[in-house]
Design a protein. Structure first.
Length: 334
C-alpha cells in the first residue's frame, strides 16, 4: 500500500488506485519484536495484539506447561493472569527494577507485584531475554542476558508497540516515529489527517510530543479528526500523557498525567498503606495538579482527572485535593 498526496490517491495491494478528497491515516500499531533474540516465527512464540492472537495463545496453552512473558506492562500482566488460571507455570521478565514501569514508580508497583506473586506468578526484574531456544516442537526455552536459562513451551512478547507507518515511506507526509499532526489532527500535507496509535500529538500538561497507544485516546482523537475532515474545525485537547486504568486480582489502579517524579522538583503528596497507595503531583510552585496515581482505592479518580485535564487552579480546593475529599460541588464553586 502507498499514498500519493500529489494525485490524492491510495494504492492498495491489488494495484488499484483509490482517489480521496480527505484521507485519514489510522493504521494503528504493531507489537515491538526484539530483532536480535532469534527466530520469533517458531511455534509457541506470541505477541498479543489482536483477538486472533489471543485465540491462538489459548489454543497453544492447552499443550504448554511453562510460559515465559517478556515485559511487565499491563497487557502482559493481563495475559499472565489468564494463563495462571489455566494452571500453567508462568514467569515474567522485566528489564526495569519493577513491573508497570511506565505507569508508576516501584513503591506503588510493588503492591501489584505482591498480588501477582500470591496468584502464583514468578517475576524476574533487571534483565531481559537474549535468545529464544527451540527444538522440533517449537520454543523450548529462553536464555536471559544474565546467563540464566528458563525452560518453556510458550513465550509471549509484550514490550510495547510501534506505529504502522512503513507504507508512507514514499509519501511527503511528515513522519517522526509516528505521523506528525497539528492541534486539528491535520498532517503536514493538505487534506490528510491522522488519529490513534499512529499519530504523534501533544501532552496537554507538558506540551511535549507523545504517542499513546490507548483506545480511549484513539476514540477521542478519531472523533476530532472526523469533525475536521467534515470541515467543522475542532481542536484536539491533547493526549493525556499516561492515562490507564485497570485491575489486577481485586486491586484496581489508575495512573494519569505525570507520576514519575524521581529527580524532579515537583511537589508530591503520598499516602501509602499495606493495601493502597495514593500519589498526587503538583507543579514545582504547587499551583497546578499535573498527575495522580491511585492503587487499591480509586474513588474520586474522575474528579482528579478533570482537575488535571482542565488545568483548574487548585488554590481554593487544594486541601480537599490532598486530603482526598474532592467532590463535584467544588467544580460548581471553583
Amino acid at each position: 500500500m502507498a499514498v500519493d498526496t500529489t494525485e490524492q490517491t491510495v494504492s492498495v495491494q491489488n494495484g488499484e488506485q483509490v482517489p480521496y478528497d480527505k484521507l485519514l491515516v489510522a493504521s494503528g500499531s504493531r507489537p515491538i519484536i526484539p530483532p536480535d533474540i532469534g527466530d520469533t516465527d517458531i511455534k509457541g512464540v506470541f505477541a498479543l495484539r489482536t483477538l486472533t492472537h489471543a485465540r491462538a495463545m489459548v489454543q497453544w496453552a492447552e499443550s504448554a506447561r511453562q510460559v515465559v512473558m517478556l515485559g511487565g506492562g499491563i497487557l502482559n500482566i493481563k495475559a499472565a493472569t489468564a494463563l495462571l488460571e489455566l494452571d500453567l507455570d508462568v514467569t515474567m521478565i522485566e528489564l526495569e527494577s519493577e513491573i508497570l514501569p511506565w505507569l508508576m514508580e516501584p513503591d506503588a508497583a510493588s503492591l501489584i507485584h505482591n498480588v501477582l506473586t500470591k496468584a502464583g506468578l514468578k517475576v524476574i526484574t533487571g534483565c531481559t531475554a537474549s535468545r529464544i531456544l527451540s527444538d522440533v516442537n517449537g520454543v523450548s526455552g529462553v536464555l536471559l542476558d544474565n546467563g540464566r536459562e528458563l525452560p518453556c513451551q510458550m513465550f509471549c512478547i509484550g514490550i510495547g508497540v510501534t506505529p504502522n507507518v512503513d507504507f508512507l515511506d514514499q509519501s511527503n507526509i511528515e513522519v517522526e516515529q509516528g505521523v506528525m499532526v497539528d492541534r486539528f489532527t491535520a498532517c503536514s500535507t493538505r487534506n490528510v489527517f491522522a488519529a490513534g496509535d499512529v499519530a504523534v500529538t501533544f501532552n496537554p500538561i507538558t506540551g511535549e510530543k507523545v504517542i499513546t497507544g490507548l483506545w480511549t485516546n484513539a476514540v477521542e482523537m478519531g472523533r476530532c479528526a472526523g469533525s475536521n475532515m467534515a470541515d467543522r474545525p475542532t481542536e484536539y485537547s491533547g493526549t493525556f500523557g499516561i492515562l490507564n486504568a485497570s485491575q489486577v486480582g481485586d486491586v484496581p489502579f489508575i495512573s494519569m498525567g505525570i507520576v514519575h517524579t524521581a529527580g524532579t522538583d515537583y511537589e508530591t503528596h503520598i499516602v501509602a498503606g499495606p493495601n493502597s497507595y495514593r500519589k498526587l503531583v503538583f507543579n514545582p510552585d504547587g499551583t497546578r495538579l499535573i498527575g495522580a496515581l491511585f492503587v487499591g482505592d480509586i474513588s474520586r479518580a474522575g474528579l482528579y482527572r478533570a482537575v488535571i485535564r482542565e488545568k483548574k487552579s487548585p488554590e481554593k480546593i487544594k486541601s480537599y485535593i490532598i486530603n482526598h475529599k474532592l467532590h463535584y460541588g467544588h467544580f460548581l464553586c471553583n
